[in-house]
Design a protein around this ligand. Structure first.
Ligand SMILES: [Cu+2]
Length: 167
C-alpha cells in the first residue's frame, strides 16, 4: 500500500489488520445522542468496534421495520446487544446484509440514536429512512401524530411571523 493510502486510512480512523480486514471504530454517545459515524459500509471479515462514551448507552441490533425494538429472526433468534456499556464492544461482519442498530437507553432511539451498516445508498432502506422511522416520521402507530403536531407547529410559527410582518 502506498504511503498516501495509509495516511488516508489513518485519517478515516480505519485500522487495517494483518489479514486485510478493517476494524471500524464507532463512537457511541458523547456530546450528542449519536453513533459517529452513523452509517458505514463494511465487508465480510471486517469488525466494528463501538466505543462507549459515558451515559449508559447500548449498541443493540434491530430491524429496519422496527428501529427501536430488539432484533428477532423468524425462528425467534435474537440479535446482538452490547448491554449498557462503559468500554468497548466488537461485532464481526460476516456478510454485506444491512445491519440496523439502536441505543436502548430511555428515549435515545426515538431521539435518533441509531446506526446502520451497509444500508441502501439509494432506494427505500437508507440510513436516513431508518432514522426517520426511529424518530416516528414514517411510522403509522403513534409516530405520525408527532409529525403532524410538529408540522402544525411550523405552520403556526409561519402564520405568527406573517402576522407580525403585516402589523
Ligand atoms: Cu444512548
Amino acid at each position: 500500500m502506498s504511503p498516501s493510502t495509509f495516511t488516508t486510512m489513518l485519517f478515516l480512523g480505519l485500522a487495517l489488520t494483518v489479514n486485510g480486514s478493517i476494524d471500524h471504530n464507532v463512537t457511541v454517545g458523547g456530546s450528542q445522542l449519536t453513533f459517529n459515524p452513523s452509517n458505514i459500509s463494511a465487508q465480510a471479515g471486517d469488525t466494528v468496534t463501538f466505543q462507549f462514551m459515558p451515559g449508559n448507552h447500548t449498541a443493540t441490533q434491530s430491524t429496519f421495520e422496527q428501529p427501536c425494538q430488539p432484533f428477532k429472526s423468524s425462528s425467534g433468534q435474537g440479535g446482538f446487544d452490547s448491554g449498557f456499556m462503559q468500554s468497548t464492544y466488537t461485532i464481526d461482519i460476516s456478510d454485506v446484509t444491512p445491519i440496523w442498530v439502536y441505543c436502548k437507553q430511555g428515549l435515545h432511539c426515538r431521539e435518533g440514536m441509531v446506526f446502520s451498516i451497509n444500508a441502501d445508498v439509494a432506494g427505500s432502506e437508507t440510513y436516513s429512512a431508518f432514522k426517520a422511522r426511529a424518530m416516528g416520521g414514517t411510522v403509522s402507530n403513534g409516530g405520525a401524530g408527532r409529525a403532524v403536531v410538529s408540522c402544525f407547529g411550523v405552520v403556526l410559527g409561519l402564520f405568527i411571523l406573517a402576522e407580525g410582518w403585516m402589523l
